[in-house]
Design a binder for this molecule. Structure first.
Ligand code: SAM
Length: 493
């Protein structure tokens, strides 16, 4: 293939959100279904070359379920994979025949979102939507803009969502019969992303979660978008009563590796009074320890009188006011590149980012008064060891009347002003501790740290945070020193 052809095929794969499931993962997904009815109407939406239906067929051919017939419906938009899909379906037919199962299939070379939205909305000719006993899916992953045809189609059936994959799942759950089952592999972003809140509410209203599976290794089963995405597999059943407990399992994502699993109370997965409906996923022992360590914490950011906000300076909107170097009439502008261990290193003349912003009528609404602020990065690179990276902006180090915090960082403040010093230093230690990092990883499958996530975390009370702040002489602490200090104070409170 020429370089141009490769580029074109990659662009096309991106456009279609194409990402094929490896056979071991497909087999594992098929094994997650509960008991199946004797005749299964199966849906494979976004079927690709048919790996998931093949894995489902293999499971049924093992004979444990007593399945007598499978009627598979497959949707695939990409004409270039239809030949492979057809040949995989013929292979399914062959295997089923050998196992005494009747296998029929229909391939729709069509847009699943548009066809199913139309059918669910009543359709032009009032056709009734198909129904399914089981669905297995690795839906395409791509953002869909507000005015896209997909978004409009989904809206017509009351689904408001910003990604193709959540659109697929929202439609699939509507097409299942009562007690019908879904096993899907998707990015983990829906579990806690603020934009996925309506999707989570819809999902948890329609489907009962039975099992969640995560991959421990970030090398495995992830997709690259703007941010690193980890995948999760879930098994859910159409119904309205969440179980008391669900199975949470994890594996490294390599083929043939051990799967560890435990039963977790549903109330720990989705907290009963959480309006955000975050889906927390404890996946290994260190997460459980982190959770136990943080369980006793009762303060919230708002009870501490602290707010976290996203940096207000959106640089491309204020392009004309940005300056490479500080000069008369400017104030410091802080980016993540100014993070330097526990504090900020400013100015940084060698940085590609501007170091200053004009302080005038136009920019002032986006600036904050100088003070002690705690800063966290909103995006961490996959090389970074920690997901939460916090540092302190100390007004004694960077003298200025006002400061600009750029949009790629979050800043903690007290009603728009700086924080009291010991409280800020205590928060710095807490947020940089390993327990918080591990706790955070439980529900954040990507490298993005949203202000909402930081708002919903439980914090030590003010006295404990201030005591931690007082105990820290220099901010140049090792991870072990931070962890020892935080553990000592959390356990004492
Ligand atoms: C993530 S891939 C998964 C393929 C296959 N299920 C697997 O697991 O190997 C998603 C598939 O959905 C297809 N697709 C994307 N948009 C679609 C749409 N609107 N309707 C039907 N299929 C679509 C893509 O061409 C791609 O083959």
């Amino acid at each position: 293939m020429t370089a141009t052809a490769i580029r074109q095929s990659r662009a096309r794969q991106e456009e279609l959100g194409q990402f094929f499931t490896a056979p071991p993962v497909a087999g594992f997904m098929a094994s997650m279904f509960g008991p199946l009815p004797p005749v299964v109407r199966l849906l494979d939406a976004g079927a690709g070359a048919g790996a998931l239906t093949l894995a489902f067929v293999d499971r049924c051919c093992e004979g444990g379920d007593g399945v007598r017939a499978i009627d598979a419906t497959l949707y695939e938009l990409d004409r270039e994979v239809l030949e492979s899909l057809n040949s995989t379906m013929r292979e399914c037919q062959r295997r089923c025949t050998n196992a005494g199962i009747d296998f029929t299939f229909t391939i729709h070379s069509a847009d699943f979102i548009r066809e199913m939205s139309a059918a669910l909305a009543g359709g032009l000719f009032g056709e009734t939507p198909p129904v399914f006993d089981a669905a297995i899916a690795n839906p395409p992953y791509r953002k869909i803009s507000t005015d896209s045809p997909e978004r409009r189609a989904l809206r017509s059936v009351g689904v408001e969502t910003s990604n193709l994959y959540t659109g697929f799942i929202a439609l699939i759950q509507r097409l299942l019969v009562a007690a019908g089952q879904l096993v899907a592999i998707t990015p983990r972003s829906f579990c806690n992303g603020p934009y996925f809140r309506p999707f989570r509410a819809d999902l948890l209203r329609t489907l009962e979660l039975r099992r969640l599976h995560v991959f421990e290794s970030r090398q495995a089963a992830f997709r690259e978008d703007n941010v690193l995405q980890e995948n999760i597999i879930f098994h859910a059943v159409k119904g309205r009563r969440q179980p008391d407990e669900i199975v949470v399992s994890s594996s490294s994502g390599q083929s043939g590796d051990a799967v560890s699993e435990s039963a977790v109370p549903f109330a720990e997965i989705v907290h009963p009074h959480d309006d955000e409906k975050f889906i927390h996923i404890p996946s290994d022992a260190s997460h459980a320890i982190a959770k136990a360590s943080l369980n006793g914490l009762s303060a919230s950011l708002s009870s501490l009188g602290v707010t976290v906000s996203t940096g207000r300076v959106v640089d491309f909107r204020l392009k004309d006011s940005l300056c490479k170097e500080p000069m008369q009439g400017t104030v410091p502008l802080l980016y993540p590149c100014h993070f330097n261990g526990g504090t900020v290193h400013w100015p940084k003349p060698e940085a590609r980012k501007p170091n200053a912003i004009l302080d005038n009528e136009e920019t002032r609404p986006w600036l904050v008064p100088s003070g002690m602020y705690l800063l966290t990065k909103r995006f961490t690179s996959k090389e970074e060891r920690r997901r939460l990276v916090a540092c302190l902006f100390d007004p004694d180090q960077v003298k200025a009347e006002r400061i600009g915090f750029e949009n790629h960082l979050n800043y903690f403040h007290a009603n728009g002003q700086g924080l009291e010093r010991n409280l800020a230093v205590g928060l710095f230690a807490f947020l940089n501790s390993t327990v918080v990092d591990q706790y955070f990883r439980r529900f954040s499958g990507h490298t993005q740290v949203n202000a909402t996530d930081l708002r919903t975390l439980a914090y030590p009370d003010r006295d404990t945070l201030q005591a931690m702040g007082r105990a820290i002489g220099s901010l140049d602490l090792s991870q072990t020193e931070i962890d020892q200090l935080v553990t000592k104070h959390i356990h004492a409170c």
